[in-house]
Design a protein around this ligand. Sequence first.
Ligand SMILES: [Zn+2]
Ligand SMILES: [Zn+2]
Length: 121
Amino acid sequence: MPVPLAPYPAPPTPYTPPANGAQSQLVCSGCRNLLMYPVGATSVCCAVCNAVTAVPPPGTEMAQLVCGGCHTLLMYIRGATNVQCSCCHTVNLALEGILVLMFKELCMHDGENLGDVCVVS
Ligand SMILES: [Zn+2]
Ligand SMILES: [Zn+2]
């Protein structure tokens, strides 16, 4: 197995937050506030209600929609088709894919121009 060359032996660095302060966001599971947390954290304790919210594993693509019932911003894993609001329990349709389908359909109908048909007898 090849050993990568390194100018210095890797120092055992204690965990420090990234210098550039890379942060991500999630919605608190308790009070629905939008929380900021440093990238790399696995769970976030809400400063408002002290609820602990698990951070989705890295690589999970999250999307957002606004609940049709109570207008709370909901986060869901991209690809989901139904998102249930944890506040008012309204089931929202994740419209992302459906909108794309509708757009394609509109394009197909647009420009469809049938001229007069001449019937040769
Ligand atoms: Zn909270
Ligand atoms: Zn809701």
